[in-house]
Design a protein around this ligand. Structure first.
Ligand code: GTP
Length: 598
């Protein structure tokens, strides 16, 4: 295939603006799959993704399109994850393209992730083609959206393509725009191999399958390749393309997108963003932009049944084969026993891993509340990274503490500016600036502690703006904060897994709320249980869980045995996710109480 006839593109959009639906229509239109072969949304292939309606792992599809000019083009569509947790993966996937379709919902306009993605696309020098989708809806206002695109993003929107991915309107126009506007790849075929890894997946038979874009040179079976970030060398066993199923080919040529396998055992040797080169004729330097994805959110994972500990470790190891950004190490908790401290890119990443552990590996887990990673500067000059509140040092040896901050972008109708500011202030945010997108909507920038974001910022933002706000954020380094550890005591004994790090000014009120919440969550037991919150040795709040004999059968008079059995089974269900902590049984909810206190 002539290099000039290749078009590599991606689709960027805010969540729910129709990216997956549009991708499906494009694939359908180019005949890559017949309608019958096509499942509702093939690109979101993982079950979990489909259920949550979000795209987690980038995918790539090759199709061919005969344009109106009579020429046949090879189109490589690279899908990007849509969530803020995966910004780095989005950026690498975009770096594999020359152009991007910018999909904007005609009824909504630009949202926070629209902008975040546009900036990533511009950073990667992509040609951006605006696509205004959902024009079939009565409230669609494409002219307003065009105006916003020009005002806010500063690109020409006069030739924006109007589509309805639902009805199929405008799909051919999108394909024509791709052919006409996205530049052909400019690599050099007889230079040493340089290929960008934009995703990877573990396959039980092939080993790690690397998704690559060949920038220079070519890659084919039998070649000895080198990963430039790790220097690991492998022999290529097969190369292929996605149609969208894996189909082997003889080679991937300059400018093309596809996959290769090389009997690589672990995704750690095939990091997203790394450059693949020819081991015998290596490129002088790697492609720019490689970095290791670092976990930002941590929590403890403990099996409800202690005997499941080994199974949990096996499951985590298996998941890690496919996900180099998941980290874990063994941890012991006095309260919960043996488990693992796990690190994730963000909250969504955490939820997905938790759900997969439970569903695919049949584990029942207790998870502790998520927290960020703190930098603790000791009075003796040592600096310590603390990823578990229970390891927070004694206040007497702490000089100061720093916590991660994010730059947050919030887009909201102007009537809600006051509410957003009030909330952000309460969440220790520092106002940076505000700009009008048009007469009705504004964009507000705040610096916020990441811990407040993972606490409940987004939920609260949605509720104070009646769902109208969109949020995006990126890490902005560490800042000093006045933080203290609040401990929880049950029956006078501290429960390590319930400790939390909070801002000093909020410590007392959070402590009170927390014991109050725990009182309502801990089932009454045979004896009274005092629940206390303390900072160091000082108790700041106390409640009692009153004693009660819990006998569900007492309510069942007479001999309806099936009803009794049902009740007993229900009680057993309720017990499943409980952990015996000393003499008290704690439900899963107790460990998450800190997150749910309103
Ligand atoms: P994420 O995968 O979460 O990023 O979302 P997405 O951007 O891929 O959106 P998706 O394609 O899942 O579409 C979101 C919703 O909008 C779905 O319910 C679609 O059926 C609907 N939708 C997509 N395109 C159109 C359209 O042109 N018109 C109408 N009326 N609905 C559409």
């Amino acid at each position: 295939m002539d290099q000039n006839k290749i078009r590599n593109f991606s689709i960027i959009a805010h969540i729910d603006h129709g990216k997956s639906t549009l991708a499906d229509r494009l694939i359908e239109y180019t005949g890559t799959l017949t309608k019958r072969e096509m499942e509702a949304q093939i690109l979101d292939s993982m079950d979990l993704e489909r259920e949550r309606g979000i795209t987690i792992k980038a995918q790539a599809v090759r199709s061919s399109y005969k344009a109106k000019n009579g020429e046949e083009y090879m189109l490589n569509f690279i899908d990007t994850p849509g969530h803020v947790d995966f910004t780095y993966e989005v950026s690498r996937a975009l770096a594999a393209c020359e152009g991007a379709l910018l999909v904007i919902d005609a009824t909504q306009g630009i949202e926070a992730q629209t902008l975040a993605n546009v900036y990533l696309a511009l950073d990667n020098d992509l040609e951006i083609i605006p696509v205004i989708n959902k024009v079939d809806l009565p409230s669609a206002d494409p002219d307003r959206v065009k105006h916003e695109i020009e005002e806010v993003i500063g690109i020409d929107a006069s030739e924006a393509v109007l589509t309805s991915a639902k009805t199929g309107l405008g799909i051919e126009d999108v394909l024509e725009a791709i052919v006409a506007k996205v530049p052909a790849p400019s690599g050099i075929s007889d230079s040493p191999l340089k290929a960008l890894v934009f995703d990877s997946k573990f396959d039980a038979y092939k080993g790690v399958v690397l998704y690559v874009r060949v920038i220079d040179g070519r890659i084919k079976p039998g070649m000895k390749i080198k990963m430039m970030a790790t220097n690991a060398e492998f022999e290529v066993t097969e190369v292929g393309v996605f149609k969208p199923n894996l189909v082997n080919v003889d080679s991937l040529e300059v400018g093309q997108v596809g996959f290769f396998a090389a009997a690589i055992k672990n995704v750690k040797d095939a990091r997203v963003g790394d450059t693949v080169t020819d081991a015998n004729n290596p490129a002088a330097e790697a492609l720019p932009g490689y970095r290791k994805a670092t976990p930002m959110v941590f929590c403890g994972l403990y099996p409800v049944e202690n005997s499941d500990y080994d199974n949990l470790r096996d499951a985590l190891e298996k998941l890690q084969l496919n996900d180099a950004s998941l980290v874990f190490e063994p941890e012991t908790s006095v309260a919960l026993g043996f488990g693992f401290r796990c690190g994730f890119l963000g909250l969504l990443h955490m939820d997905v891993i938790k759900e997969r552990l439970e569903r695919e590996y049949n584990l029942t887990l207790i998870t502790t509340a998520p927290n960020v990673i703190y930098q603790v500067f000791r009075t003796n000059g040592d600096v310590e990274l603390v990823d578990n509140p229970s390891n927070f040092p004694d206040p007497t040896v702490i000089d100061h503490v720093e916590e991660p901050y994010v730059n947050a972008t919030i887009i909201v109708p102007k009537d809600y500016v006051g509410a957003v500011m009030e909330l952000s202030q309460e969440k220790r945010g520092e106002y940076e600036n505000m700009t009008y997108l048009d007469e009705t909507r504004v964009m507000i920038h705040y610096a916020l502690p990441l811990s407040e974001i993972i606490y409940d910022y987004f939920d609260r933002l949605k509720s104070v703006t009646r769902g109208y706000a969109s949020l995006d954020y990126e890490l902005a380094g560490y800042r000093a904060s006045s933080l203290v550890k609040v401990d929880i005591l049950l029956n006078g004994e501290p429960v390590d897994a319930l400790s939390a790090i909070v801002h000093r000014e909020k410590a007392v009120s959070r402590g009170r709320q927390l014991v109050e919440k725990l009182r309502s969550l801990i089932p009454r037991q045979m004896f009274e249980i005092p629940v206390q919150a303390a900072i160091g040795n000082k108790v700041i709040a106390r409640e009692n869980v009153r004693a009660m004999r819990k006998d569900v059968l007492a309510k069942c008079y007479g001999g309806d045995i099936s009803r009794k059995r049902k009740l007993l089974e229900k009680q057993k269900e309720g017990k499943k996710r409980m952990k015996q902590v000393g003499s008290v049984e704690l439900p899963q909810e107790a460990f998450m109480a800190i997150l749910k206190m309103d």
